[in-house]
Design a protein around this ligand. Structure first.
Ligand code: ASP
Ligand code: CP
Length: 302
């Protein structure tokens, strides 16, 4: 197994499948048990280093490490000496001195996990870096697709919306290509980057719905926008929002995903978000199993 998980490209098909299979086994071992803990990472230390806000990823990495009996240190930049100007490198060396076996990092700068891996001895796991990648999100998405649809190879996955700012989309494009699914990116031309290989591009959502097995809606990331990329929220929803009428155009078996957090009423209507075809809550639950598998395999747990 690899030492670090910095990008989805760190995983070949064998390692990615091993993570998904291990996640399934860990879910089976801990699901439904009154005591959800396994002793596998007893005595190991996992540091969660969060420079950007997070609900799902932060909580699920914490839950995953605790379920494997690791010691967990949660560090969030807010309230730390980062506000006194301390650099990422000095923060990393401080964590290193405390004996971190794994550092899970979310950072606003693309590439921060790569820098960090040069400064610490332990494993580095990318929990989202700028607009670059979010590999454990792609793994939990792949896990969810495989659980719901029984396979990944040959699936038609349509990723819709603000691809330009989406590290989720970037990691999914890479991982799904590794695992043999076909990805189509859909959105306004201003929000589709020109540099994404191994995916088709369409600007017409209604045209691709009838052949999609999976539709992954992306959040419009207002906080990363410094210009106006579409005329209005209403116009965006009209062309690229998933509502009940569009959901009805999907094949019967198709699922609707969203990494969260959602702008309800903009990229996805409440009717769709809360429908049985939506996997949004399952994605969160699967995130714990997948992150357990990642920590377990990277740290060589027994
Ligand atoms: N939560 C995901 C991320 O941090 C997606 C999003 O924020 O829209 O990348
Ligand atoms: N999907 C995701 O990464 O959510 P958070 O930003 O809440 O962690």
């Amino acid at each position: 197994m690899i030492k670090h998980l910095r990008d989805a490209g760190d995983l070949d098909a064998g390692n990615a499948t091993l993570i998904l299979d291990t996640a399934r086994e860990l879910a089976r071992l801990t699901g439904g048990r009154e005591v959800k803990k396994l002793p596998t990472l007893r005595g190991r230390t996992v540091v969660n280093l969060f420079y950007e806000d997070s609900t799902r990823t932060r909580i699920s990495f914490e839950a995953a490490a605790k379920r494997l009996s690791a010691d967990v240190i949660n560090f969030s930049a807010k309230g730390s000496s980062v506000s006194k100007g301390e650099s990422l490198k000095d923060t990393a060396l401080t964590l290193q001195a405390m004996g971190a076996d794994a550092v899970v990092i979310r950072h606003g700068a693309s590439g921060a996990p790569h820098r960090l891996a040069n400064w610490v001895d332990g494993s580095v796991v990318n929990a989202g870096d700028g607009t670059h990648e979010h590999p454990t999100q792609a793994l939990l998405d792949a896990f969810t697709m495989r659980e719901r649809l029984g396979r990944l190879a040959g699936l038609n996955v349509t990723i819709v919306g603000d691809v330009l700012h989406s590290r989720v989309a970037r990691s999914n494009v890479v991982l799904l290509a590794t695992l043999g699914a076909k990805v189509t990116l859909v959105g306004p031309p201003t929000l589709i980057p020109v540099d994404i290989a191994s995916a088709e591009v369409s600007y017409d959502l209604d045209a691709v719905l009838p052949t999609s097995d999976v539709v992954m809606m992306l959040r419009v990331q207002h906080e990363r926008m410094n210009a106006s990329y579409f005329p209005s929220a209403r116009e965006y929803s009209r062309r690229y929002g998933m509502d009940g009428a569009r959901m009805a155009r999907l094949p019967e078996h198709a699922i609707v995903m969203h990494p969260g957090p959602m702008n309800r009423g903009m990229e996805i209507s409440p009717e769709v978000a809360d429908s049985p075809r939506s996997t949004i809550v399952e994605q969160v639950a699967n995130g714990v199993s997948v992150r357990m598998a990642v920590l377990y395999l990277l740290l060589g747990g027994k």
